[in-house]
Design a protein around this ligand. Structure first.
Ligand code: CS2
Length: 493
């Protein structure tokens, strides 16, 4: 099949089986600046926004996508060449595909090349909301000190060179400073990351930085900026080269970086937008007064569930999440973990049918068409586990509830961090602190406790005798009996 390069000019030539934006993109203004234009944003917020732009009266709510890191050059180049257009491929539960070209990203900027343009865009009166997907680690929160991490060299750089920032905190500070100087209105800063109380964390991390960098701005931010919390959900694996080729061969769309995702999506947002917002509820988002219970549930069940499948699955030698979810012992382990360790910590979730939610997760994890990479799930575990899994341990310890399954996963992570699965094959560890993890993992062979003494990850959990005991027992058990036998033992207790 002849393929057509994806860009504005060629949109009309794309096959009918692929949906395209039916609104006039040249009329759309970017009222939203979004930082972090990876797969998740493009499968989630940009899609909701695209659907909204199909409805009249929303012309001011297009998105300007910002690529913040050096590493983001490729996605910037791709979107720039494709006029912001990209293809979203939903892998339905029956294996069929729904293919849509998304048009809501109407402008893109590459921060490392032109920091000033990004600062000006964020400061522009047209911009009403800045949304972020900067990953769990992007908030620069130190688990040990419970504070903003000023020792980060990039933060130090931003303090010394304010007009050429590298971190989101440097950018926001400069942009908000301009807004204040120009006597402009504030805006909403909306985190769309998997972080508990993501709006609150963004607010407190930003204020910590601003107190040092621009103390005169603190009061203005407190008055003029709102930080709505939100819960975001859609499983979005990394795009593979097979996805790119299949799109070209079967649909005739030549898109350098399409996005693939599952059919499910959810977005629960606190209604706290100081200078107005899009009516995302018209396209399925939920606006609520308190998003915390939804966040808790999602992080502790879905994201932690992913990490459980990822870490245990990686050690067993699996490469995709559906393989791990299809392993009956691991699946049973996950079910028991969710029921006996997570559920008691969630309290009363008004209006949520937890049983149904957990059931749907098992189905989503098991979706064989998604082929979500275990490598993606396990990447940056040092930033993920303190948010996804450790709060469950802490809460259970408080009520003397069971923690054996969670502690087992941490023991498995310590062994995983040696970089070999149980068959002796190499595991690639992608983590900002991979060297520390590996070093501690080696030391843990002699003394397992050293692994959980990484304070930036575990805080003071090393002082919790019950946790240390359960973790250590599991560590030796896995070493002596192998993962599967231990899982079977635990499952039958
Ligand atoms: C995953 C998430 O990164 C991870 O560990 O759990 O990316 C997950 O797929 C999304 O949060 C789903 O909403």
């Amino acid at each position: 099949m002849e393929s057509i390069k994806l860009n504005t000019e060629n949109l009309g030539r794309i096959a009918d089986s692929v949906a395209i934006p039916l609104y006039d993109r040249s009329k759309i203004k970017a009222g939203i600046v979004h930082v972090g234009i990876g797969g998740f944003h493009r499968a989630h917020q940009a899609l909701y926004t695209d659907q909204l732009l199909h409805k009249k009266g929303n012309e001011n709510w297009g998105i300007c996508g910002v690529a913040l890191l050096d590493f983001d050059r490729k996605i910037y180049n791709t979107l720039k060449e494709q006029d912001g257009l990209y293809t979203l491929i939903v892998k339905e539960l029956d294996g069929s595909l729904t293919t849509t070209v998304i048009g809501s990203i109407v402008d893109v900027l590459y921060a490392p090349e032109d920091p000033k343009a990004v600062i000006e865009k964020m400061a522009s009166p047209e911009t009403k909301i800045i949304t972020l997907t900067i990953t769990e680690g992007g908030y620069n929160y130190n688990e040990a000190t419970k504070q903003f991490d000023f020792s980060n060299p990039l933060v130090q750089h931003d303090l010394k060179h304010p007009s050429e920032p590298k971190t989101i905190f440097g950018y926001l500070t400069q942009a908000l400073k301009l807004r204040k100087e120009r006597d402009q209105k504030g805006l909403a800063l909306q985190s769309c990351d998997n972080v508990q109380g993501n709006g609150h964390i963004l607010q407190s991390m930003l204020l910590s930085f601003v107190e040092k960098a621009e103390p005169g701005l603190v009061d203005w931010i407190k008055k003029e900026i709102s930080f709505p919390n939100s819960m975001v959900d859609r499983i979005t694996p990394a795009t593979s080269s097979l996805d790119v080729t299949a799109l070209k061969d079967t649909m005739g769309v030549d898109d350098e970086w399409p996005v693939v995702c599952e059919p499910f999506k959810q977005w629960v947002i606190e209604d706290d937008f100081i200078t107005g917002r899009p009516a995302w509820e018209d396209v399925g988002a939920q606006f609520v007064n308190d998003v915390v219970p939804y966040e808790k549930m999602k992080l502790a069940l879905l994201n932690a569930g992913h990490s459980v499948l990822g870490i245990l699955g990686a050690l067993k030698g699996y490469s995709t999440i559906d393989q791990a979810a299809g392993d009956i012992n691991i699946a049973r382990f996950l079910g028991l973990y969710m029921d006996n360790e997570v559920t008691p910590t969630l309290g009363d979730l008004e209006g949520v049918d937890l049983k149904k939610y957990k059931h749907s997760l098992i189905q989503r994890f098991g979706n064989i068409y998604i082929k979500d990479q275990i490598e993606r799930i396990c990447s940056e575990s040092s930033a993920k586990l303190p948010i996804f899994l450790l709060p469950t341990i802490t809460a259970q310890l408080k009520t003397r509830g069971n923690i054996d399954f969670a502690a087992f996963v941490i023991a498995a992570w310590a062994i995983y961090s040696l970089g070999l699965d149980e068959n002796g094959n190499k595991i690639v560890i992608k983590d900002a602190i991979s060297e520390v993890l590996q070093k501690r993992a080696i030391e843990a062979k002699e003394n397992p406790k050293t692994f959980i003494e990484i304070e930036g990850v575990f805080g003071d959990l090393k002082n919790e005798a019950l946790f240390v005991e359960s973790y250590t027992t599991s560590y030796y058990n896995i070493k002596n009996k192998g993962l599967e036998a231990c899982i079977v033992d635990l499952n039958s207790k």
